[in-house]
Every structure is written in structure tokens, then in C-alpha cells.
Design a protein around this ligand. Structure first.
Ligand SMILES: C[S@@+](CC[C@H](N)C(=O)[O-])C[C@H]1O[C@@H](n2cnc3c(N)ncnc32)[C@H](O)[C@@H]1O
Length: 227
């Protein structure tokens, strides 16, 4: 083997091992919370266990929509990192003023399943939701009463800061740790890290679990804990 080839193979192996180590350390912190891990976090210990939950992850928008409309008064809501905008669309259908804030502009899906009526509903190609095509920044929060962020990147910590400084309630469904200015302590789950960060800012955290498989824990975070 030539020296150059040997060097290249060594570099490839090093790259592969560092990527693997990165993936392992990240999944330890932000993989779906196991029942055993949840039991060690006081506020999460009483949530129903994930294995009792039956719905598929693709129904998360309908389930979060149902939770929001049944717990909160109608208002102006931002779906931060809202992707295709189905949650904002469903909230709009329920009378909310809903806007997606996401640096990537995407079109609404053409259909979704109404879980109450158990039937497929088409979304006309002419339907839209308001979209702010920018990464989230605190000043964007000013025009909203509630900020929601499901499985979004780069905005969980910023949204907690917004809740602390503006008093506006937020809902987070944390997923991967991507583009965040904060990392969990060794052995700490990302959700526990975010809860601790919010509590250190005198915010009240009310966790809930939605009925879908995967990263289904939501955190309602506000200054007074009132829903
Ligand atoms: C995993 S997707 C989740 C989308 C949707 N909420 C869902 O549950 O399917 C993450 C989203 O975060 C958006 N995103 C990435 N960085 C962002 C930022 N700085 N501010 C707001 N959204 C961001 C991405 O464009 C993407 O749509």
C-alpha cells in the first residue's frame, strides 16, 4: 500500500469513527425518552407511558392541534419551524390566526386524515397559510399570543428566552439538538435540559404526552403555569 493511500484510509476511518461517536452521543441525549428515563425526571414520571400510545407519528399535527384547541383560548399563534404548515392550517380552520415561521418555504400537503371523523380530507391547492420565511428570531414573537414549535431546529432555547422576557406562553415538542446554543449535561436528556433551563428562568413547565409513537412529549411553558 502506498503511503498516500494509507493516509487517505486513515483519514476516512477517523471521519467515520468521529461521525459515529457524534451520532451515539446525540442519540443518548435526544432519542425518544424511555419509560425508565422519564421515571427519573420528576415532572415526567406521571405521564402515560409511550408504549400505551397507538397513533403513527404522521398524525402529530392533528394531535397537537386537538391539544391546543382543547386547552387554550383562541388567538394569534406562530408555528415555529412549522415545515409544510399542516398544524397552522388546522389551527386556522379552527378560527386561530396561524402563521408558519420557517426559513424553508414549503407548500401545504394535499390531504390529511381527520382523526375524529376517521376520514381523509383534501386540502385544495389554492389554500395557503401565512408564512414568514426566515429563521426564528425573538423580535418575530411580538405579533403572536402563543408560540408553538414541534420537532423544530434551532429555536427551542430562543423560545424559552422569549417566554421569560415577554411573558408569552410557548409549547415545545423537542426533537433533535440541532443549531441550539445549549447542550445537555453528560447523561442528561435534552427534554430535561430544556425544562431545567426554563425553570432557572422562573418559568413553569407543564409536560404532556401526545398519543403518537416517537418524540411525543410536549412542554407547555409559561410564567404562571395557567393554561
Ligand atoms: C424536523 S423539521 C419539523 C417540521 C414540522 N414541525 C414537523 O413536525 O414535521 C424541522 C424544521 O425546522 C426548520 N428550521 C430549521 N432551522 C430553523 C430556525 N432557525 N428557525 C425556525 N425553523 C427552523 C426547518 O426548516 C424544518 O422545517
Amino acid at each position: 500500500m502506498t503511503k498516500r493511500k494509507h493516509k487517505r484510509e486513515k483519514a476516512q476511518l477517523f471521519h467515520h469513527l468521529t461521525q459515529q461517536a457524534k451520532a451515539n452521543s446525540q442519540s443518548e441525549h435526544d432519542a425518544p425518552l424511555t419509560a425508565a428515563a422519564a421515571a427519573t425526571i420528576p415532572l415526567l414520571a406521571s405521564l402515560p407511558e409511550s408504549r400505551e400510545l397507538t397513533k403513527m407519528k404522521k398524525f402529530r399535527f392533528q394531535l397537537l392541534h386537538e391539544w391546543i384547541v382543547s386547552h387554550l383560548p383562541q388567538g394569534r399563534v406562530a408555528d415555529v419551524g412549522g415545515g409544510k404548515g399542516l398544524l397552522a392550517y388546522l389551527l386556522q380552520q379552527s378560527g386561530w390566526q396561524a402563521t408558519v415561521i420557517d426559513p424553508v418555504a414549503q407548500t401545504l400537503p394535499d390531504k390529511y386524515k381527520d382523526l375524529t371523523l376517521n376520514r381523509r380530507v383534501k386540502i385544495d391547492a389554492t389554500e395557503t397559510v401565512p408564512h414568514i420565511t426566515r429563521p426564528f428570531a425573538p423580535e418575530l414573537a411580538e405579533q403572536f399570543d402563543l408560540l408553538v414549535s414541534m420537532h423544530a431546529h434551532g429555536c427551542n432555547v430562543q423560545l424559552i428566552d422569549v417566554a421569560a422576557t415577554s411573558g408569552k406562553p410557548i409549547i415545545l415538542l423537542p426533537c433533535c439538538i440541532i443549531d441550539e446554543p445549549l447542550l445537555p449535561a453528560p447523561g442528561q436528556h435534552w427534554i430535561a435540559c430544556l425544562m431545567e433551563y426554563a425553570q432557572e428562568r422562573n418559568l413553569l413547565v407543564r409536560p404532556f404526552r401526545l398519543n403518537f409513537r416517537g418524540q411525543n412529549i410536549g412542554l407547555f411553558i409559561s410564567i404562571d403555569g395557567h393554561i
